[in-house]
Design a protein around this ligand. Structure first.
Ligand SMILES: Cc1cc2nc3c(=O)[nH]c(=O)nc-3n(C[C@H](O)[C@H](O)[C@H](O)COP(=O)(O)OP(=O)(O)OC[C@H]3O[C@@H](n4cnc5c(N)ncnc54)[C@H](O)[C@@H]3O)c2cc1C
Length: 422
């Protein structure tokens, strides 16, 4: 049955939902607070889970071509040189890989696809609240108190700071996260970085520097990398006051090879500070309201799943609306389709984050001693690869999706074996 749907937010979740729901025959209005929808942040990893949704939208192949194929997540202790993170997608039976991508490339691919479809895009509208009328229709209430609607259903894709969380069937569970990160995109250059790995260096859990190859975006002549540096939110002013040179010296101490990348940063404005929230809605819906993406569940990016989970949510909502006879049933079905995957990844992220970003002295010691031998145990390497791929809990089968059978941009031979991953 065709319904009128309002989607709040032009991020990954909102744009993917607009495409999937319009394709399913619904009348979609996309509402965004910015006058000009725009990508936020620098780069991220598309995992096999998210790529499966993008493939269903016909967008995986161009994004794989634009991005940088990621085969390995690799981290060293900056002081001892010992390996503290080594996850290889090759541990999976089928050929799987991540794709490091410029956020703008992901945003533009989704936004261009939406613009080709009959989706109404209303920009410059900040939603502050929603209201249901006596006829069971939902209205958006803007920050300037204007009513927009009515709609059969509102989809909240407005991110982790959603103003609508109070309308969820149960309150969000929150765990404070003191660490965020500074991010910048820089040319990867010829310096000795693996073009197919996310590489990180750690000092305890309080210092982390990472380099993620993200391929090329429009107009860039050389492949780019997202460079990131852990920073506590309450240390941001001190970081600004200390100046760029002091910061660069600290990063170089942790990882001398970053010097050519740091040389590209000449103005603090090139760096964006991102703060994180660990927040989960136990029931990602309210009356005539579905929460998807970071509005439903957000966390630190340690496991690199957020955008991928947002894509899966959008797909699950489209499946649920298709399968259920009424809206209440569809909302329950949507929650059910995503429940275990979301719970598992929120729990895993909550568990792992303090080992990599915290003030703890004990947790990084455990990490450095336990993770390397553990990761070598038979089966554990595969579990870790499944975890970072976003495939634990088998979210694709539940949604009737398949990981795309597309070779990534790589000169490496395809891996043998076509066994199932379960
Ligand atoms: C530094 C960093 C690195 C990350 N790395 C990864 C990674 O490697 N892999 C990964 O999968 N994920 C990663 N993530 C997480 C990922 O970015 C998020 O999970 C994902 O962007 C969530 O998408 P979303 O569409 O739900 O929300 P958002 O991207 O936050 O989009 C929300 C949209 O809603 C709009 N909006 C907000 N409020 C309103 C309002 N009141 N009215 C109207 N519009 C509104 C916003 O302007 C925005 O356009 C990272 C996140 C950060 C911060």
């Amino acid at each position: 049955m065709s319904r009128s749907l309002a989607i709040i937010g032009c991020g990954t979740a909102g744009l993917a939902a607009a495409l999937l729901l319009e394709r399913a025959g619904h009348k979609v209005t996309l509402v965004e607070r910015f006058g000009e929808p725009q990508p936020l942040g620098s780069g991220l990893i598309l995992q096999p889970s998210g790529l499966a949704v993008l493939d269903a939208l016909g967008l995986a192949a161009p994004l794989i071509a634009a991005g940088s194929r990621i085969d390995r997540l690799f981290g060293l202790n900056a002081d001892t040189g010992s390996v503290v993170l080594d996850v290889r997608y090759a541990a999976l039976e089928r050929e799987r890989f991540g794709v490091g991508i410029h956020r703008a490339a992901l945003f533009e691919a989704l936004f261009a696809a939406v613009q080709k479809r009959p989706v109404a895009i209303e920009t410059g509208i900040e939603v502050g609240d929603v209201e249901t009328d006596s006829g069971g229709k939902v209205w958006l209430i803007t920050a300037s108190d204007r009513r927009v609607g009515p709609f059969d259903l509102a989809v909240d894709a407005s991110g982790t700071r959603s103003p609508l969380l109070g309308h969820a069937a149960a309150p969000a569970a929150r765990v404070p996260l003191s660490y965020g990160a500074l991010w910048a995109n820089v040319p990867l250059g010829g310096a000795g970085f693996d073009r197919h790995a996310l590489e990180q260096r750690y000092r305890r859990a309080s210092v982390m520097v990472g380099v993620l190859p993200i391929g090329r975006h429009a107009g860039e002549s050389e492949p780019q990398a997202a460079l990131f540096w852990s920073l506590k939110a309450d240390a941001l002013d001190a970081w600004r006051n200390a100046g760029l040179a002091a910061w660069k010296a600290e990063v170089e101490r942790a990882w001398p090879a970053t010097a050519p990348l740091l040389a590209e940063i000449v103005d603090p404005e090139q760096l964006t500070f991102a703060s994180y929230r660990h927040q989960t809605l136990p029931q990602p819906f309210g009356r005539r309201l579905a929460f998807i993406g970071d509005a439903a569940h957000s966390t630190s990016p340690q496991l690199g799943q957020g955008a991928n989970m947002a894509l899966l949510d959008a797909y699950a909502l489209a499946v649920a609306l298709d399968q259920a006879a009424d809206l209440d049933g569809a909302l329950r079905r949507y929650a059910q389709l995503r429940r275990w995957h979301v719970r598992l990844y929120q729990a895993a992220s909550r568990m792992f984050t303090p080992f990599y970003q915290s003030d703890s002295a004990v947790l990084p010691l455990i990490r450095d001693r336990v993770v390397p031998p553990l990761a070598r145990l038979p089966g554990i390497d595969r579990m870790l690869a499944l975890l970072v791929s976003g495939l634990i809990g088998d979210p694709l089968r539940r949604l009737g999706l398949k990981a795309p059978a597309i070779a990534g941009e790589s000169d490496r031979p395809a891996l043998a074996g076509e066994g199932a991953e379960r």
